[in-house]
Every structure is written in structure tokens, then in C-alpha cells.
Write a protein that binds this ligand. Structure first.
Ligand code: FAD
Ligand code: DHB
Length: 385
């Protein structure tokens, strides 16, 4: 079997790459170890930057996103019994975010690929990348796929990054001393906009998916187990951390999904070796506070699509050679922003009174200085592409 681009992973990065390449007349095969049902149900991100929305619309997969996505023109920061709005329409006019579940993006991309006759293999076993420097090929379940280029879009725990020989990559990593408990509930959102709340008991985030589905996150210890978090405990903790301002009451309902995600920052440099190019979480992870992970995956794929188009259409390798450098600038900006948002809003060491005062001082600055608020808003909606 032969294709131009062998793609490992049917997450947002792999699926979008396959779709964009198809629009440029470049063939690809996507190999995914999970089932279609599993990847379409996996609840994860929800905040799409303007550039991500524009990319999906331009690529012809934005119809449902435009119909069902929820545009947001601000977010709320809540701390010390007060609420402060970061007003995108004033601070970064013309730019906003759209709340639309990652698994909805995945569903739309899978539907578009299959409708166009695209080749996505689900539930493939033992994917391995070989001969990265010359005539690369993939093996899986006893089959062989020859390709000109391999795209490693298989997330943080995938096989593509470890297939690069030792000593080639330099990695940068930071683990945070907490995790997020993510919760999906069948209940109307209690707020029109996202609420990022800092409390002495830890961080809480109120988000949403639709007028009838809410999404929440709670800062929990790094080794937390969902079994320790029955629904009543979750609602009680969300109430304690969110009902801190006058007049706000949290509406509760049936919890339909919960999971714990560790928090880490991670970058590999470069994001390529030979004919293997890493994109999305395979190359970098951000703590989710800034809502950047999915958006970075889309940004990588845009750069990779242009580079592969130049390679396959004109035989030029310049853009492919510069792929990693072109991506890493945005990647490190997002790393810094995500670290900064995380540091601002989470409880670290309860004994660190000095650290707490620094946090509150910075929150006061962000909510009272237009320059500081603009920095937050500009990074949150996404720097221009
Ligand atoms: P993935 O989505 O991880 O996809 C990789 C795919 O590869 C998977 O389908 C996997 O099954 C497959 N795979 C893995 N190994 C193999 C193998 N050996 N063989 C074949 N296939 C393999 N980002 C945002 O931008 N905004 C947010 O609001 C946000 N919130 C988040 C909240 C949570 C709780 C979490 C967990 C993440 C959040 N993120 C957010 C991050 C975002 O979900 C990820 O950055 C995004 O999924 C990255 O996409 P990807 O395609 O690179 O990787
Ligand atoms: C969501 C996730 C995030 O990481 C974030 O910062 C905001 C919202 C969400 O899933 O809705």
C-alpha cells in the first residue's frame, strides 16, 4: 500500500491535516488505534480561537460549527468575592472565541473525510514508523504503508515521537502539583460567559457546551481518582468555589461524564526528524488553563499543510525544513500564556502566603489596567496567524 502522507492519529491534528491535504490534491491515510465511536465521544477541549474557527470554515467543515457553536465576547475572572469581565469586544475588537466541543470538530472532520472517500483506519494495532530518514514507511496489524512523509499526530502518549532516535530531540517539561477534574453535566449553564475562579480551596472553571449542557473543571490533587468524587461532592465543591459573589447561584443537574487530567507543560525541539513531522500534542502539551492545546494543533497543521503543498507541488523542501522553527514561536508563546494563567489562578502551596499575595496583586493589575487586560485578551482569543 502506498500514499503520499501517512498520518498516525485521528485526533483534531491528524484529521484536519488529512482534510486540508485532500483539498490540495495530496493523498493520505490516517491510522488510529481507537474506534470511531471512542474518538467521537472523547470529551476534551471546548474553546476555539478565531483562527481555528476561520480555518475550519475556509476548509468547508464549519457549517455545524456556525450553527451550533457559541460565540463569546468576554470571560469572567472571579476572586476575593468579586467578578471582573475581560471584554474582548473592547480590548481586541473584532476577535472572539467560539465554544464548540472538540469531539464535535472531530465528528465533522471524520464525516467530511469519509464523504470525500478518505481513508481512515480505526482500531489499527501496533503502528510503528520506520526508515525516517529515507523512504519512510509505517507498519500496523501485519500491513505496510509506504509514504513520502509521515505526520505524527498521535498525541502525547503516541508512538511517533519515541520512534525518533535518542539524542535527536531536546525536551522541555514542567509538571504541575495538581490535576483537573473535568465534568460534563446535563444542566443549563449558570452563566452566559466562562468563569475562571480563584479561591483558597483551589481553581474552578465554569464552561458550557450548549444551552442545556454545562462543562466544569476543578483543581484537584495530582493523584486524584474519579472514584473519590461522587456527584454530590463535585456539586458541593463547585458551589463553594463559584458561589463567592453576590447573586450567583449554581444550577445543578445530572453529571454525564467525569475524568481527571494531569497538568503539564512539554515541548520537544525540533518537531521533526528526517521525513517525520510531529504536530499537536505529539510535539507539545500545555496546561489547559489558557485553552490553547487544540488551537496549537490546528496552527501546526496549517503550517505543515503549506510546507507539504510546496513539497508535493513544486518539489521545494525549504518550508518543510523550516516547519519546526515556524511552529515553535507560537508554541512557546502559548506555553508562557498557559503557565501564566495557571500560576495566576491555581492554589499552589497553602503555606505560601507570599505567593498568594503575588497572585492577588497580579489579578488586581489585570482587572484594573487596560494594558494588562489587553495582554490577557489578545492571547486568549489567539494571536493573529
Ligand atoms: P489527540 O487529540 O490526543 O489525538 C491523538 C490521536 O492519536 C488519538 O485519537 C489517539 O487515540 C491516537 N493515537 C495515540 N497513539 C496511537 C498509536 N500508537 N497508533 C495510532 N493512533 C494513536 N485545548 C484547547 O485548545 N482548548 C481547550 O479548551 C482545551 N481544554 C482541554 C481540556 C481537557 C480536559 C483536556 C484533556 C485537554 C484540553 N485541551 C484544550 C487540549 C486538547 O484537547 C489537545 O491539545 C488536543 O486534543 C490535541 O489534538 P491532537 O490531535 O494533537 O492529539
Ligand atoms: C474549556 C476548557 C479549557 O481548558 C478552558 O480553559 C476553557 C474551557 C472547556 O472545555 O470548555
Amino acid at each position: 500500500m502506498r500514499t503520499q502522507v501517512g498520518i498516525i492519529g485521528a485526533g483534531p491534528a491528524g484529521l484536519l491535516l488529512s482534510h486540508l491535504l485532500h483539498l490540495r490534491g495530496i493523498s493520505s491515510v490516517v491510522l488510529e488505534k481507537r474506534s470511531r465511536d471512542y474518538v467521537e465521544r472523547r470529551v476534551r477541549a471546548g474553546v476555539l480561537e478565531q483562527g481555528t474557527v476561520d480555518t475550519l470554515i475556509e476548509a468547508g467543515v464549519g457549517e455545524r460549527l456556525l450553527r451550533e457553536g457559541l460565540p463569546h465576547h468576554g470571560i469572567e475572572l472571579r476572586y476575593d468575592g468579586e467578578r471582573h469581565r475581560i471584554a474582548f469586544e473592547k480590548l481586541v475588537p473584532g476577535r472572539a472565541i467560539t465554544v464548540y466541543g472538540q469531539q464535535e470538530v472531530v465528528k465533522d472532520l471524520i464525516a467530511a473525510r469519509l464523504e470525500a472517500g478518505g481513508d481512515i483506519r480505526f482500531e489499527v494495532e501496533d503502528v510503528a514508523a520506520h526508515s525516517l530518514e529515507d523512504r519512510p514507511y509505517l507498519t500496523f496489524g501485519g500491513e505496510r504503508l509506504d509514504c513520502d512523509v509521515i505526520a505524527g499526530c498521535d498525541g502525547f502518549h503516541g508512538v511517533s515521537r519515541p520512534s525518533i532516535p535518542p539524542g535527536v530531540l531536546k525536551t522541555y517539561e514542567r509538571d504541575y502539583p495538581f490535576a483537573w477534574l473535568g465534568v460534563l453535566a446535563e444542566v443549563a449553564p449558570s452563566s452566559e460567559e466562562l468563569i475562571y475562579a480563584r479561591t483558597e480551596r483551589g481553581f474552578a472553571l465554569h464552561s458550557m457546551r450548549s444551552p442545556t449542557i454545562s462543562r466544569f473543571y476543578l483543581q484537584v490533587p495530582p493523584d486524584a481518582d474519579v472514584a473519590e468524587w461522587p456527584d454530590e461532592r463535585i456539586w458541593a465543591e463547585l458551589r463553594t468555589r463559584l458561589e463567592t459573589v453576590p447573586g450567583f447561584a449554581l444550577t445543578t443537574g445530572a453529571i454525564i461524564e467525569k475524568s481527571v487530567t494531569p497538568m503539564r507543560g512539554f515541548v520537544t525541539e525540533p518537531m521533526q526528524h528526517g521525513r517525520l513531522y510531529l504536530a499537536g500534542d505529539a510535539a507539545h502539551i500545555v496546561p489547559p488553563t489558557g485553552a490553547k492545546g487544540l488551537n496549537l494543533a490546528v496552527a501546526d497543521v496549517r503550517v505543515l499543510t503549506e510546507a507539504l503543498t510546496a513539497f508535493f507541488h513544486d518539489g521545494s523542501t525549504g518550508a518543510l525544513d523550516g516547519y519546526s522553527a515556524a511552529c515553535l514561536k507560537r508554541v512557546w508563546r502559548a506555553q508562557h500564556f498557559s503557565w501564566w494563567m495557571t500560576t495566576l489562578l491555581h492554589t499552589f502551596d497553602s503555606d505560601d502566603a507570599y505567593g498568594r499575595r503575588l497572585q492577588l496583586s497580579y489579578l488586581d493589575y489585570v482587572t484594573s489596567s487596560e494594558a494588562a487586560a489587553t495582554t490577557l485578551a489578545e492571547n486568549y482569543v489567539g494571536l493573529p496567524w
